[in-house]
Design a protein around this ligand. Sequence first.
Ligand code: F3S
Length: 380
Amino acid sequence: MHLTKDEEKILQGEEGEAAKKAMELLVVLGDIYGAEKLIDVASAQVSGVSYATIGDAGLDFLEDWASKGAKSRIFATINPAGIDLERWRELGFKENFAKKQLRIVKAYEAMGMLPSCTCAPYLIGNLPHFGEHIAWAESSSVVFANSVLGARTNRESAVSALASALLGKTPYCGLHLEENRKGTFTVEVEAELRSEADYSAMGYYVSGYEGVPVFKNISPSTEELKILSAALGVGTIDMFQIQGITPESSTRKSGSEKVEKIEFGREELKEVYEKLNSAEEVDAICIGCPHCSIAEILKIEQLKPKREVWAFTARQNKPLVEKYIKNKKIKVIYDTCMVVSPLRDLGIEAVGVNSAKAAFYCANLSKLKVRFDSLENLLK
Ligand code: F3S
């Protein structure tokens, strides 16, 4: 991979050990993926924040880099943590876990990153424009940014997104290149999609395929696009198109290239619900995968829930929540989510979710029983 003189200097260690290590990592990745050069990125979204997922090894690594003077050169936001950073004690999170979690967030902060702790950074000010190159790691936000915003990012790992934040660069490969952003198969949507959970179920179904799907016959809302993005990211899909809706939907492969076609009908929809459901009764209804927008929390309020609902969102929404959300049944939890927090420590064994991504990971990572359904049905 070709490096500029300034990049060579970083590689030689002229800008400190952390920058040198970050450059070494990007060079190795660039070589593996055949990138010809590094390009500038406008922002980073860094994953690897919850203590539940990175453990002591991750904590030591981050504190080590922070102590070596690592500093982000671009605007960088971070993924959800494993606790509500302020109310963890009141919510019942364990002290040992919480203290280590707080150290992780502090290390990111020391490296100049915004302790946003959200997986929907585009809702709180990390909003790239069309065609902008970025280095994001959270899969749901990667799919949303590529598909809905038309920004360009590969699905970075926690470490490569961190390296990109420190250098403001990423290897020029994958979805940064025009030719890799074309639709590679079409999805004929024959099922009637009646709720956000239906969109999520469809995303989960299609996440079993590889490439860039082009959906036909659908017209989702912004919130449905958000939940669809998260479900598609459960597999390897990092970008989709919807005819007439997403900004690059005209960039399908040319007529001479064979494009696979799959169908998503009532049977497929039913199949996903059967696969993801393992409980009737739940201990907690958890909404906000990806993190709720303020519009989604207001919608929960409009539905007048009669039982407690936990809504996970970014802390930046707190002033609006405190002013406008009056229903005491809505428990708004900041900085974390139902998947990356140790819900079992809070005595939760079965959750109700409207997101197929949450359903999949709650069952497979956290070993919880799951009811997967639309918000409206969960509240009935
Ligand atoms: Fe976000 Fe947690 Fe879902 S990080 S996308 S709410 S699994």
